[in-house]
Design a protein around this ligand. Structure first.
Ligand code: LLP
Length: 426
């Protein structure tokens, strides 16, 4: 059996017949903490980060982890300790950064619908920059900052109208998407921002989509961004930093996205060639830092072979792993204890009462009731999008560091879920 399940990712691999995360047997973790259980390898996260750091060696770059991918405190803490900043999209995410010991000065605040309250909180915390997504938002932010007696650092999110060639729900830089300011209006939007009393223009940003597996959309977006920087600066407005967003894809099912360091070598060469080599840069990677560092462990509850389909019913469901139901996403599913070659195809499904609750179609697995399986590449957009549908408790999370393990989230209880609900009092 190939010990490396995901190319280039040695942290989650079989040792003998048993699947391990770093130095820890996943079966042991499942027995100790129950299932469904999310397990993350710290070293896989740090090596994903290192690929970016290698690409940026010697440059002025701030890596802001897009924590929507996985906002668990223990995960944020790993990136905060490694010197990362954070891309947040709500004041809730900002509170998480602060709770995990992150530096608010390295926080950028993205999103199309920031409320006044969120703006106030972010200004009071002293965040690094707001990524502004509409002209109306500029006015509101200036007003909020004026009332607080401060100036708000801003960057304007440009919609570069580049097709990232990814799932329509996660493509964000096309002109029909709700994000950013249309290319044609960018210079006048900067002029408007410059005229507002309480804004301080810092940079320009874009984010063209997610799970991008080729380099061309990045190179195109960078060209368009640099054209805009030239036009904005020609209008007398200085741009300190360029933020190229996140979006780099990972290997879920044999995809071969560019490696972060190789992608950035190309992007940096373009910056150099166009005379922007000294410009400060920011990026907002999410999935590529955590996606392949996590697995979801689940137990086979029942096998239900049928005439047309064989169902393998597991204890993880679309509330724990929403990506298949939402995006028809593929996640590899493997046994924790390697078995003989599989001959049967299974529909791997969860216990939730709807047909959309599937985790994998037609998977060749040699399984028995009570077996433990791992759903791979579950580090990004799984726990952060988990829900309580069917009043299911959200799973526990364990971070592995070598042979050490840390419970970074206890399994939720029904009492936790009911805490904020009230019966109607007559
Ligand atoms: N910056 C901004 C402004 C974003 O909207 C996003 C993701 C990122 C950075 C990080 O992108 P990443 O590096 O993770 O691709 N739930 C979907 C993905 C939604 C992505 C939303 N925006 C999924 O599970 O595939």
């Amino acid at each position: 059996m190939n010990p490396h399940l995901i190319a280039g990712q040695p942290q989650i691999a079989y040792q003998g017949q048993q699947l391990y995360a770093e130095g820890v047997s996943l079966s042991t973790l499942a027995q100790r903490h129950g299932t469904p259980l999310l397990v993350y390898s710290k070293s896989a996260m740090l090596s994903a980060l290192a690929a970016y750091q290698r690409g940026f060696a010697g440059r002025n770059v701030q890596i802001c982890y897009a924590m929507k991918a996985n906002s668990s405190l223990g995960v944020i803490q790993v990136f905060a300790q490694a010197g990362c900043g954070f891309d947040v999209v709500s004041s809730g995410e900002l509170e998480r950064v602060l709770a995990a010991g992150g530096d608010p000065g390295k926080v950028i605040f993205s999103g199309v619908g920031k409320t006044r309250q969120e703006m106030r909180r972010a200004l009071q915390a002293g965040i690094g920059c707001f990524n502004i997504e509409s002209e109306a938002e500029l006015d509101v932010l200036s007003d909020v900052a004026l009332k607080l007696g401060c100036r708000a650092p801003v960057s304007i999110r440009v919609n570069p109208n580049v097709d990232p060639k990814t799932h329509p729900y996660i493509s964000t830089g096309l002109k029909d998407n709700k994000f950013g300011i249309a290319h044609e209006r960018v210079v006048q939007t900067y002029q408007r921002a410059a005229a507002l009393p309480a804004l301080e223009i810092k940079g320009i940003d874009c984010h063209i989509g997610s799970q991008i597996t080729t380099e061309a959309p990045y190179l195109d977006a960078l060209d368009r961004m640099l054209d805009l920087v030239q036009a904005i600066e020609a209008a007398g407005i200085a741009i300190q930093h360029i933020d190229l967003g996140g979006g780099l894809g990972i290997n879920y099912n044999g995809e071969t996205p560019p490696q972060a360091d190789q992608l950035w070598q190309k992007l940096l060469s373009k910056l150099d060639a166009r005379g922007f080599g000294e410009r400060a840069l920011m990026i907002e990677p999410g999935r590529s830092l955590v996606g392949n560092a996590g697995v979801c462990l689940t137990e086979v509850l029942y096998l239900k072979p049928g005439e047309h389909k064989n169902f393998c019913i597991v204890d993880a469901a679309m509330n724990d792993l929403p990506r298949p139901a939402m995006y028809q996403a593929y996640h590899q599913i493997v046994p924790l204890q390697a078995r003989a070659e599989a001959t049967t195809l299974w529909e791997v499904v969860g216990p939730i009462c709807e047909s959309g609750d599937w985790i994998g179609h037609d998977r060749a697995l040699a399984v028995e009731q009570g077996d433990l399986l791992a759903v791979l590449s579950a580090g990004a957009y799984c726990m952060s999008m988990a829900s309580n549908y069917n009043t299911r408790n959200r799973a526990a999370e364990v971070l592995v560091d070598g042979v050490k393990t840390f419970v970074i989230r206890e399994r939720e209880t029904v009492a936790d879920q009911l805490r904020h609900e009230r019966l109607v009092q007559a």
